[in-house]
Design a protein around this ligand. Structure first.
Ligand SMILES: CC(C)(COP(=O)(O)OP(=O)(O)OC[C@H]1O[C@@H](n2cnc3c(N)ncnc32)[C@H](O)[C@@H]1OP(=O)(O)O)[C@@H](O)C(=O)NCCC(=O)NCCS
Length: 167
């Protein structure tokens, strides 16, 4: 697409002082690992917001986070570091999205939802208002979360149910 590849991962040191970084890897744990390595080298991180995203007032989006095309972040929502709000996702008012979260395309979060660190919401999943989802969870594609999720694991279906606890 006309964008040149400037080098391999192990060559990032060349750019550490002169450039801002974004780690464009969807897997939350791998993204965190690479960010930690870059942090050890004192990298600076950008925040990237697509011009066709719609960001409400009193929204905070921290560095390293990417907001993709067509997504809507409504008022008074907080989004942590190195998270991904993917294409066409709706993150409604007063949400708290922690670090290294991945909100996949077409996800709908109602108001007052909290998503814990490194949790991944699969494509097209939905969460009703005022729900807390624990860190390190996976919510399956198309699933609907209607209860707080307090045990780390994988949840699928409507309503979303635990199919596997994290080991
Ligand atoms: C939830 C998910 C991670 C589970 O993957 P997995 O650990 O490999 O699980 P499996 O495919 O072995 O499925 C286990 C069971 O859960 C069911 N299941 C899996 N995903 C489901 C989903 N999204 N909704 C309903 N049921 C689901 C399977 O049918 C299976 O049921 P069974 O044992 O009765 O046959 C995966 O199915 C998923 O939804 N991934 C999201 C992908 C995505 O959103 N990608 C976008 C990236 S930008």
């Amino acid at each position: 697409m006309g964008i040149s590849v400037v080098g391999k991962m192990n060559e990032y040191h060349k750019y550490i002082k002169s450039h801002y970084f974004i780690v464009g890897i969807g897997n939350n744990s791998i993204r965190e690992k690479i960010v930690n390595e870059l942090n050890n080298s004192h990298a600076k991180f950008a925040t990237i917001i697509h011009p066709n995203a719609c960001i409400g007032s009193d929204v905070i989006i921290n560095h390293g986070t990417v907001i993709m095309a067509g997504s809507i972040i409504n008022s008074s929502t907080r989004i942590g570091h190195h998270s991904i709000i993917n294409t066409g996702a709706n993150v409604d008012h007063d949400n708290l999205i922690m670090n290294f979260v991945h909100i996949s395309p077409g996800v709908n979060l109602a108001g007052g939802v909290k998503v814990g660190t490194k949790t991944w919401l699969g494509i097209g999943s939905s969460v009703i208002n005022n729900i807390d989802i624990h860190s390190n969870c996976i919510i399956g594609a198309g699933s609907v979360v209607i209860h707080n999720i307090i045990i780390e694991g994988t949840y699928v279906g409507s309503p979303a149910k635990l199919i596997r606890k994290n080991s």
